[in-house]
Design a protein around this ligand. Structure first.
Ligand SMILES: NC(=O)c1ccc[n+]([C@@H]2O[C@H](COP(=O)([O-])OP(=O)(O)OC[C@H]3O[C@@H](n4cnc5c(N)ncnc54)[C@H](OP(=O)(O)O)[C@@H]3O)[C@@H](O)[C@H]2O)c1
Length: 273
């Protein structure tokens, strides 16, 4: 990991356990200061102690629910004095399996806040600062669920598609500014959250540290990284080259704005007739 490009601070949203903690320990061992967030304070404290033993770096944590209305204000205050070069939005695994009508609308909106609103706000804030600095990296943790609609987790799958497509768009917008953006598309991983969901360890599930290592190793191979397990699955599904698809789409969409289209930021008054 290039500390000059991606340091001195890495922010990991959902860094107290599983893949997020594995990212934190790897990055600490490589000399990056680590800022982690999650909801449970005791788990954050324990994680911070583990991260400190992994690397002789500064480690800070914030207890914050990413679906809370004050989320962005609190993350901004927490990171105000840190030069954040790498952001990983990791929180957001499925914690229940219900059909679309089997869950409440509030349940669906909660998932959308965590996996769509959260990454959008975080990426908007940090990408803007990275663009000014001309360096940095953003990783959104996605899932095999992003590939297609799924029975039992229709909203989760849709939100993971959102994260992957968002990362792909950001990848083509930010690459000229020295900022690497990537979504990591992974299959089952042996995390505490996955165990809580299933009640057992899923046989054949990947190791969180392997996922963290491979994701970081591929940060500059965006826009979309498929884990080793996913690459096997994709080959039986026909496979497709996301970089080629994104580049083709980007070439077409770059024409936007040169033909007199409205490219101004959102104006709430414009939609009032
Ligand atoms: N595990 C898998 O099999 C698997 C498969 C495919 C994709 N993924 C993706 O990999 C990522 C990590 O998954 P994971 O299995 O490690 O579980 P996870 O629940 O997404 O991540 C665990 C971390 O996120 C925090 N977190 C969860 N909900 C939060 C919230 N509302 N606000 C703030 N922090 C929150 C947890 O701490 P607190 O609970 O204390 O908040 C913990 O630090 C997810 O994006 C998931 O979609 C995982």
């Amino acid at each position: 990991m290039d500390v000059k490009k991606y340091g001195p601070w890495a922010l990991i949203i959902g860094g107290s356990e599983g893949i997020g903690l594995a990212f934190a320990k790897r990055l600490a061992a490589q000399g990056l200061n680590i800022a982690i967030t999650a909801r449970k304070k005791a788990a954050l404290e324990a994680a911070a102690a583990e991260i400190r033993t992994a690397g002789n770096v500064d480690v800070r944590y914030l207890s914050q629910d990413m679906t809370a209305p004050d989320m962005m204000d609190r993350i901004e205050a927490f990171t105000r004095n840190m030069d954040v070069g790498l952001v990983i939005y990791n929180a957001g695994a499925m914690d229940r399996i219900t059909t679309f009508l089997g869950d409440t609308i509030e349940g669906h909106l909660h998932t959308i806040r965590l996996n769509c609103e959260g990454p959008t706000r975080i990426a908007h804030h940090f990408a803007s600062m990275m663009k000014t600095k001309g360096r940095g990296g953003i990783i959104l943790m996605s899932s095999a669920a992003c590939l297609a609609g799924m029975y039992g987790v229709p909203i989760y799958a849709a939100t993971k598609a959102f994260e992957t497509i968002l990362a792909e768009g950001l990848w083509c917008e930010m690459r000229d500014y020295g900022v690497s953006v990537m979504s990591s598309v992974i299959g089952a991983v042996r995390t505490p959250a996955h165990h809580r969901l299933l009640g057992v360890n899923q046989p054949g599930a990947a190791d969180p540290d392997d996922i963290a290592r491979d994701t970081l190793d591929n940060l500059e191979n965006g826009p979309t990284y498929y884990s080793k397990e996913m690459q096997g699955a994709l080959s039986t599904m026909g496979g497709f080259d996301r970089r080629r698809i994104v580049m083709t789409m980007a070439e077409n969409s770059k024409a936007f704005g040169v033909v007199g289209m409205n490219t101004k930021p959102f104006d709430p008054n414009l939609s009032v007739q």
